[in-house]
Design a protein around this ligand. Structure first.
Ligand code: GTP
Ligand code: MG
Length: 215
């Protein structure tokens, strides 16, 4: 139970906290079921990992505030709302609606399951149709596993084909997880500067950019 005094204190803290934040972004995690979307977000926001698979139901979100150094040398504080959308096909319609307004997406596949890699193109098309100006990173996850089947070259090919960022990660060991999110935010800030001042809530949508997939 939160009383009025406590709520006022919370609101004040929140306002103070927000005063240093100069950029707000929405990030959506996409990719097939069980590829490790929730695990990557957990590793980044809580620095924890669990071997147990609990499928995400519908959608959840987490917050992260980070300082990023820009090429100009200045440091800015950004806040990211990370939307974690279930990968199971039942949620397709829900997902379309939740992608709206995203400035960035991470599209994750599991290097031990080639089908999750083959599905990357579909995820990209669905996302870029809704958010044509957003920054996209394709993420090869579970690189700690010894039964890897999708080689690095496949990821490099997709990077060039779709003109996206590409990272190889392990939510289990934490390898490249911080780098992935920090680079996404840096790129999103650059993109915002290129596009000019636009409404943050619409950061992922206008104007239309022709995509390589012709959508
Ligand atoms: N070895 C290893 N296992 C991982 C890694 N990332 C995730 N896992 C495991 O893979 C399983 C699925 O991870 P989740 O993060 O729940 O996958 P998800 O993409 O969020 O799945 P949905 O919510 O169903 O869409 C869990 O058992 C995790 O422990 C990784 O980098 N390495
Ligand atoms: Mg999940």
């Amino acid at each position: 139970m939160i009383d009025d005094e406590e709520k006022t204190r919370f609101d004040k803290n929140m306002a103070n906290d927000m005063s240093s934040v100069s950029h707000m972004f929405k990030l959506v995690a996409l990719g097939d079921g069980a590829v490790g979307k929730t695990s990557c977000i957990k590793r980044y926001t809580e620095d924890s990992f669990s071997e147990r698979y609990i499928a995400t139901i519908g959608t959840t979100f987490a917050l992260k505030t980070l300082d990023v150094e820009l090429p100009s040398g200045s440091t800015v504080t950004a806040r990211v709302v990370l939307w974690d959308l279930a990968g199971q096909p039942t949620y397709n319609e829900l997902r379309r609606r939740y992608m709206a307004g995203a400035s960035m997406a991470m599209i994750v596949y599991d290097v031990t399951r080639p089908q999750t890699f083959l599905d990357i193109g579909d995820w990209f098309t669905r996302f870029i149709t809704v958010c044509p100006n957003a920054v996209v990173a394709v993420v090869a996850n579970k690189i700690d596993r010894e039964d890897r089947l999708v080689p690095s070259e496949a990821g490099n090919m997709v990077q060039q084909w779709l003109d996206v960022m590409h990272y190889e990660t392990s939510a289990k060991t934490g390898e490249n997880i911080n780098l992935l999110f920090t680079d996404l935010v840096k790129r999103a800030i650059e993109k915002q500067q290129e596009l000019g001042p636009i409404d943050q809530t619409m950061a992922g949508t206008p104007p239309h950019r022709p995509s390589k997939l012709g959508v």
